[in-house]
Design a binder for this molecule. Structure first.
Ligand code: NDP
Length: 454
């Protein structure tokens, strides 16, 4: 029987990177994927979502065009065209993933795998594969959320990508990345959207000012944010749906989208039976080298519930392969994480939030700029850009960047590099502005809006 150096279970961002790099280091690698190569990010996450975001933003562009002299009457949107083009692009990327694996020498097995022993994996057809090491890279899946009457009538983010037409009235539950991104897509494409938020603000964990600013912007786009509410039940009402909130208010809807978080895909893998420790959320507990409590079983990406972002899964997969097969022992830094929420307007962030910074840095300066973007002066759009830098007064180090507005995701990437280099506010000030841009505000914020002295 073939003995593999590595069997990877899961062909998403983390698994594919780990398999390729391990194979390039000379390891004999098999990757088992039960669905489609590319995982959540490529098949039903980041990539198709961003294509939908682009599609939705044309609606706003068309609205704004009139102020610039354009006449765009008669513009029409066709969901099936978008869906077909999007699905074709996803299929193309899936092929790219497969080719990259094969070119690197990885054997791809289209099957579901479960652990049979610490060093063997069983496929659905009964084949047993022996391996020196196993990497669990099975990702995460939408959590069904609280059990409610009629819950089966709702869709999750996977169901969103299967919609064959734009639902005219949508109720979204949740206020995280997925809920808000998809709410914006639906709203801009023309749906009536109500977002049911259980807490008193969106995007828990983000900078409070960013959260407030983005909430105002979303309200301006016509999204109804219902705070402090839960969905109590969903019922059929003819061909439509009726959502009952926990205050007995009823909302008519054509689609209910629940996005209340994701759970690690460890169910039925047979991990605990082999002594692999899982945490309370069902995630594989790993050390800094992505090694589980069983020496030859590793895990990377969302299944470990560390930082659930594609670039982090890729980093973790790469570091694992370098460490175990490439004699390049290394870990991944999980502390400085640039990220973007692709709402419209989008939010970009990197570093500490004001709330986090204040717990460590008593002399914190907050630089803030809220302004009307140049384009809005002619288009008449009421949006405002929000940019914020947090600076430790004692060292002048920039600790955090938080922004809402066009291209702030792109800004977060670049500001992330400066934070990685330990940039000071003086370095920002010494940098010449690129004029006229929104980002130039980052190098022209002279006086702090707030000076904390704790
Ligand atoms: P999040 O954890 O970001 O958000 C979950 C939301 O659901 C929160 O608003 C939460 O409210 C709410 N919620 C949780 N439980 C309940 C409940 N029982 N009843 C009502 N509401 C509830 O998860 P997502 O699914 O949006 O995203 C999962 C992960 O995917 C993210 O953490 C992110 O890492 C990744 N992702 C990243 C994207 C990007 O980089 N642009 C895009 C999409 C996903 P509360 O705040 O009160 O807890």
């Amino acid at each position: 029987m073939t003995k593999w150096d590595l069997i990877v279970i899961g062909g998403g961002s983390g698994g594919v990177r780990a398999a390729r790099i391990a194979a390039l280091h000379g390891a004999k690698v098999a990757l088992v994927e039960e669905h489609r190569l590319g995982g959540t990010c490529v098949i039903r996450g980041c990539v198709p979502k961003k294509l939908m975001v682009y599609a939705s933003r044309f609606a706003q562009e068309l609205d704004e065009a009139a102020g610039f002299g354009w006449s765009v009457q008669g513009a029409a949107f066709d969901w099936p065209t978008l869906k077909a083009n999007r699905d074709r692009e996803v299929a193309r990327l899936e092929d790219v993933y497969r080719n990259n694996l094969v070119t690197a020498g990885v054997t791809v097995l289209d099957s579901r795998a479960t652990m049979q022993s610490q060093n063997s994996v069983r496929l659905v057809d009964g084949t047993v594969l022996e391996a020196e090491n196993v990497l669990i890279a099975t990702g995460s899946t939408p959590d069904a959320g609280p059990d409610i009457e009629g819950g089966e009538l709702a869709i999750d983010s996977n169901g969103f990508f299967e919609l064959t037409s734009l639902p005219p009235r949508v109720v979204v539950q949740g206020a995280g990345y997925i809920a808000l991104e998809l709410a914006c897509v639906l709203r801009l494409l023309g749906a009536e959207v109500t977002v049911v938020v259980r807490g008193d603000q969106i995007l828990r964990g983000f900078d409070d000012e960013l959260r407030r600013h983005l909430a105002q912007e979303l309200t301006q786009t016509g999204i109804h944010l219902r705070y402090g509410r839960q969905i109590a039940s969903i019922a059929k009402n003819g061909t439509a749906l009726q959502v009952a909130l926990d205050n007995h208010e009823r909302l008519p809807a054509d689609c209910v989208l629940r996005a209340t978080g994701r759970r690690p895909n460890t169910r039925g893998l047979g991990l605990q039976e082999l002594g692999v420790n899982l945490d309370a959320a069902g995630a594989v507990s790993v050390d800094a080298y992505s090694q589980s409590s069983v020496q030859c079983i590793y895990a990377v990406g969302d299944v470990t519930n560390r930082v659930n972002l594609t670039p982090m899964a890729i980093r973790e997969g790469h570091a694992f392969a370098d460490t175990v097969f490439g004699k390049l022992v290394r870990t991944v830094d999980h502390t400085l994480v640039p990220s973007a929420v692709f709402t419209t307007p989008e939010a970009g962030t990197v570093g500490l939030t004001e709330e986090q910074a204040l717990r460590q840095f008593p002399h914190l300066d907050v630089y803030r700029s809220t302004f009307r973007p140049m384009k809005a002066t002619l288009s008449g759009h009421p949006t405002k850009v929000f940019l914020k830098l947090l600076v430790d007064r004692d060292t002048d180090r920039v600790l955090g960047f938080h922004a809402v507005g066009p291209d702030t995701g792109e800004m977060a990437q670049l500001v992330g590099i400066t934070l990685q280099l330990g940039a000071t506010k003086a370095a920002f000030d010494a940098t010449l502005a690129v004029h006229p841009t929104a980002a130039e505000e980052l190098v022209t914020m002279r006086a702090p809006a707030v000076q904390h002295n704790l």
